[in-house]
Design a protein around this ligand. Structure first.
Ligand code: IPE
Ligand code: IPE
Ligand code: MG
Length: 258
């Protein structure tokens, strides 16, 4: 097997059709730790290296956007100690990485219900978004305290409030206006969805945006995910035929014979 690091990934994928936007469910940290006889939080900590390598590789490929599912609306139900470790890890990683991300021209966005975070974390998120707001490289979206259903409900409420204020005629509400009220309205929909950890489900990630996304599942547990696995996912993507409900134009002969 060819082994690709972030440095070689652009060369390996040269000539292939690349996704503009990749969305990743980073799953399998707990099982990774368990398989080594370590507590779950060891898996979460080890997963930070995978995030760093993926962001580096995405930057080298000049992808437009990368969305990472870090913590779901439902993950709040986990034991308090695990939630605290995750919040602490989120805070320290952000503090450690912000400067380097900024130097690499990465623009950060956070999507999800941030009112559930403590004040100091909320301030850090706003600060990171403001510092990187003029950057023109990779748009890095971190979905945290995020659920696809939550996001659609928020968007629907916003439109309803506008209608109630008399600013919007309900008859004009269409896909474009709902899309405009989502937190990802500034991004193209994901072309490629990757889920690590072997489960084959969406788990309330980007429900609206994934309508025509190509899905790639891998058994690799998140802490083991490297640029090599991104390369494999993109090679899989490049071989897909996207039809969006239409048909591929047929070759001339078969049309004439019909
Ligand atoms: C993903 O790994 C990280 C988060 C959901 C925060 P898990 O913690 O879900 O790991 P598994 O699925 O239990 O192995
Ligand atoms: C999805 O993983 C959420 C994140 C990776 C942040 P989960 O581990 O929470 O999903 P389920 O419970 O297996 O569906
Ligand atoms: Mg999981």
């Amino acid at each position: 097997m060819e082994i690709t690091g972030p440095e070689q990934i652009a060369e390996r994928l040269q000539g292939l059709r690349l996704p503009r936007h990749v969305a990743v469910v980073m799953d399998g940290n707990g099982r990774w730790a368990k398989s080594r006889g370590e507590p779950r939080h060891a898996g979460h900590r080890a997963g930070v290296r995978s995030v760093r390598e993926l962001v580096d590789a995405a930057g080298r490929l000049e992808l437009e956007a990368l969305t990472l599912f870090a913590f779901s609306s439902e993950n709040w139900r986990r034991p308090g100690a695990e939630v605290r470790v995750l919040m602490e890890l989120f805070r320290t990683t952000l503090d450690q990485e912000l400067q380097r991300l900024h130097e690499n021209d990465v623009r950060l966005h956070f999507i999800g219900d941030r009112r559930r975070f403590d004040r100091s974390l909320q301030r850090r998120l706003t600060h990171a978004e403001e510092v990187t707001s003029a950057n023109r490289g990779l748009q890095l979206v971190i979905a945290t305290s995020y659920g696809g259903r939550w996001e659609i409900v928020e968007a629907a409420r916003r439109l309803a409030e506008e209608a109630a204020r008399g600013e919007r005629d309900p008859a004009t509400i269409d896909e474009a206006s709902l899309h405009g009220a989502l937190s990802t309205t500034h991004l193209p929909d994901p072309d490629l969805f990757i889920r690590t950890g072997g489960e084959r489900r969406v788990s309330n990630f980007l429900l609206w945006q994934l309508a025509y996304t190509e899905l790639h599942f891998t058994e690799t547990l998140w802490p083991d995910f490297r640029a090599e696995h991104l390369a494999q996912a993109i090679e899989d993507f490049a071989g897909r035929e996207r039809r969006y409900g239409g048909v591929q134009p047929e070759p001339l002969e078969s049309v004439r014979d019909a």
